[in-house]
Design a protein around this ligand. Structure first.
Ligand SMILES: Cc1cc2nc3c(=O)[nH]c(=O)nc-3n(C[C@H](O)[C@H](O)[C@H](O)COP(=O)(O)OP(=O)(O)OC[C@H]3O[C@@H](n4cnc5c(N)ncnc54)[C@H](O)[C@@H]3O)c2cc1C
Length: 510
């Protein structure tokens, strides 16, 4: 089978890597235009990204140490959310992995923590939280390898794309063309036949994967419909900029999502600089005012790289005929919780591991396509709910936040969860669970952080489901035992600062 991928951004190269590793007998062509370039703003990832680097599902040929050295990526254990409630100096840190008993009903560690621990100490209910709390890393100082794999990354998308490109071009079944797609021809049944390129070439194929970002080069020729999420997630403009580290400033082991008057600012600590930006709703501010607001809050001038406009939403169908969209071309809401590259990987894994078959006839099966589309729709609908929940902390100090406070952006599920949380602590089974879903481990820290969980109920719930408070005691004991063990491990791990210094030194060799 001939698979043609248009796009050489993170989505294009990740798709090519997964397709090639999973289907060594299929021929893959990646077409990208170096003249057009990619989106790259200093991105955070989720742990799914690490799964590729450690070759979790199949041997992709990546190596984490090499990746960090070549791209200047850093480790990410959590997201610090600042200013998402009416107390704008307040913050909470949501670790990437949830508590060690997230899957219990009820989540005994979380309930115990909610009842008895400070917000700061609640971080130590989770492995990633423990590293964040201690400013440590999971990089073993003796073996110079990673001790655990729960972490995610902060990346430079440009360098990350180059890294995956290098790995891809070592594979026998991937061909690369640097040229612009100018024409897309369809056959009488509406299937993509071939692509006409600016270098005069015509490239035919059986299956076309559109990873061309906001250009949606192939999909725009098919009867696809864009489903806008702007009623629930009104942010529609990104203003990326870079910040240099101050002398002696140590990068933080988490991304910062700092709520502002018309949206929020991301700060993604990379090895050599911070990738930052303000993502806002243009009904409530202008580019000039947005810049001024950020300069005031940071106390320094910034130099915005560009203004990126987007309509938050997704394709109604991410697979039509013989064309599948992956990456920004298929969906994008806003960068909160780093869900874009995350869903790119979910889609690419789902497509190439489950739906691309040995032959094109088996692949282009209407049931196959319909079920794939159902799964991606569900993923994006669920992730939308998760993002909407972040805004429910009751902030009301600007027109934007007053608008959110009216409740009009709430989805049905968010309304139900907020209602439930008035008297109960949600549990894992209240949330959809499948590859890529957000789920209770992530919702729990967000709902606690924006103060919509009723803390008084947590301890009572544990006592109520077990006589003599046994669950409560088990949770308390596990908390102390986990932390005893994790504290021991700190002795063999680099601090976060040492991890940064080690790789900065290695990067000098490049
Ligand atoms: C403001 C902002 C912040 C973000 N923050 C995060 C984050 O923290 N975490 C996260 O996971 N994601 C984040 N994202 C999304 C993330 O940047 C993308 O998911 C990721 O970079 C992948 O993009 P892509 O490969 O789909 O598209 P792009 O990077 O745009 O790549 C598109 C590719 O298509 C090629 N192309 C386009 N048109 C043609 C043509 N006619 N012919 C040939 N080639 C063509 C281009 O050359 C390029 O190679 C953010 C996005 C924005 C806008």
């Amino acid at each position: 089978m001939k698979i043609v991928i248009v796009g050489g951004g993170t989505a294009g190269w990740i798709s090519a890597l997964i397709a090639s590793a999973r289907h060594p007998k299929h021929n893959i062509t990646v077409i990208e235009s170096s003249k057009i370039g990619i989106v790259g703003v200093g991105e955070g990832t989720t742990a799914l990204f690490t799964g590729i680097l450690i070759n979790v599902a199949t041997n992709f040929g990546c190596d984490q140490n090499e990746f960090i050295k070549e791209t200047g990526a850093t480790l990410k254990y959590a997201i610090k959310h600042k200013g998402w409630t009416n107390n704008i100096d307040d913050y909470y840190i949501g670790p990437l992995d949830g508590t060690t008993t997230s899957k219990y009903v009820p989540d005994i560690m979380f309930n115990y923590g909610l009842d008895k621990l400070s917000r700061q100490d609640m971080l130590k209910l989770s492995r990633c939280g423990h590293w964040s709390y201690h400013g440590s890393s999971n990089f073993n100082k003796h073996t110079k390898q990673f001790m655990h794999i729960n972490h995610a990354y902060h990346i430079d998308a440009h360098l990350t794309g180059q890294y995956f490109k290098k790995i891809c071009l070592q594979r026998q079944n991937i061909k690369h063309i640097d040229s612009e797609v100018l024409d897309v021809s369809l056959n009488e049944q509406g299937f993509i036949k071939d692509l006409g390129l600016s270098n005069g070439q015509t490239v035919d194929g059986d299956l076309f994967v559109d990873c061309s970002g906001f250009n949606r080069v192939i999909m725009k020729h098919l009867p696809s419909k864009w489903v806008s999420y702007k009623d629930n997630l009104p942010l529609n403009t990104g203003m990326p900029f870079h910040l240099k580290y101050k002398q002696d400033e140590v990068p933080e082991p988490y991304t910062t999502a700092w709520a502002q008057k018309a949206g929020w600012m991301w700060q993604t600590p990379l090895m050599d600089r911070k990738g930052c930006g303000y993502v806002y709703c243009d009904a409530y501010t202008t580019p000039d005012k947005a810049q001024e607001e950020i300069e005031t809050i940071l106390g320094q001038e910034i130099d915005p790289i560009k203004t990126i406009k987007f309509d938050p939403g997704r394709q109604e169908s991410t697979w039509i005929k013989n064309c599948v969209t992956i990456g920004l071309s298929s969906a994008f809401f806003e960068p909160l919780e780093a869900l874009s590259i995350h869903s790119t990987i979910v889609q690419a894994n789902t497509l190439f591991f489950e739906y691309v078959k040995p032959t094109i006839n088996n692949t282009i099966n209407e049931g196959n396509i319909a079920i794939y589309n159902k799964r991606t729709r569900k993923l994006y609908e669920d992730l939308k709910d998760f993002l909407v929940m972040h805004y429910m902390g009751g902030r009301e100090d600007s027109e934007f936040w007053k608008y959110i406070k009216t409740g009009v952006t709430k989805t049905e599920f968010v309304k139900e969860l907020l209602e439930m949380a008035k008297t109960n602590i949600p549990t894992i089974n209240d949330f959809p669970q499948y590859q890529g879903s957000a789920g209770w481990p992530l919702y729990s820290y967000v709902m606690e952080g924006i103060n919509v969980i009723n803390k008084d109920i947590a301890g009572a719930e544990l006592d109520a489901v077990c006589d003599e408070g046994i669950l409560y005691e088990i949770a308390q004991q596990s908390y102390y035992e986990n932390n005893k063990q994790w504290d021991q491990e700190l002795l063999h791990e680099f601090t976060y600062k040492e991890f940064i210094e080690y790789f900065r030194e290695l990067r000098l060799e490049i």
